[in-house]
Ligand binder design. Structure first.
Ligand code: FES
Ligand code: FES
Length: 156
């Protein structure tokens, strides 16, 4: 098995793993970053979404070897200096979840959207979150939370 070096949430990790092991498996089982969820394992639900070089990506569909040399950000890495990311804060304020299983993936996808488009309209948000499934059906509140986060971010 090859020795791999992965940068996750600004920390460099050295470990040995099969090159074809999924990034999701490495995050959860080797690095103990369990905020990223295993949903379907087939690229159909978005529960495993992380940022790879600033873009939302399904970590269940990426071999860890593909992630080497890239900047990975998980839900655990979004807060800065003890302050929640605006999307995290808005999800809490709006209570945009029920069971919470989809929440980390939703938040990471929304955070990636706001990086590239700080003032998205409702269509932009729905499009960016199209790959994230909420089995509890909290879509209305999720949309409201992302709109709130965008408003607060752009008013700063
Ligand atoms: S667990 Fe990756 S898309 Fe469902
Ligand atoms: S809050 Fe339960 S899956 Fe979205």
């Amino acid at each position: 098995m090859p020795a791999l070096v992965l940068t996750v949430n600004g920390t460099v990790h050295d470990f040995v793993a099969p090159a074809e092991e999924t990034l999701l498996s490495v995050l959860r089982n080797r690095l103990d970053l369990t905020g990223t969820k295993y949903g379907c394992g087939e690229g159909q639900c978005g529960a495993c979404t992380v940022m790879v070089d600033g873009q939302a990506a399904f970590s269940c569909q990426m071999a860890v070897s593909e992630a080497v040399g890239k900047k990975i950000v998980t839900i655990e890495g979004l807060a800065q200096d003890g302050r929640l990311h605006p999307v995290q804060a808005a999800f809490l304020e709006v209570e945009a979840f029920q069971c919470g299983y989809c929440t980390s993936g939703m938040i990471v996808s929304a955070a990636a959207l706001l990086r590239s488009n700080p003032s998205p309209n409702a269509g932009d948000i729905v499009g960016a979150l199209a790959g994230n499934i909420c089995r509890c059906g909290t879509y209305t509140r999720i949309l409201a939370a992302v709109e709130q986060a965008a408003r607060k971010k752009s008013s700063k």
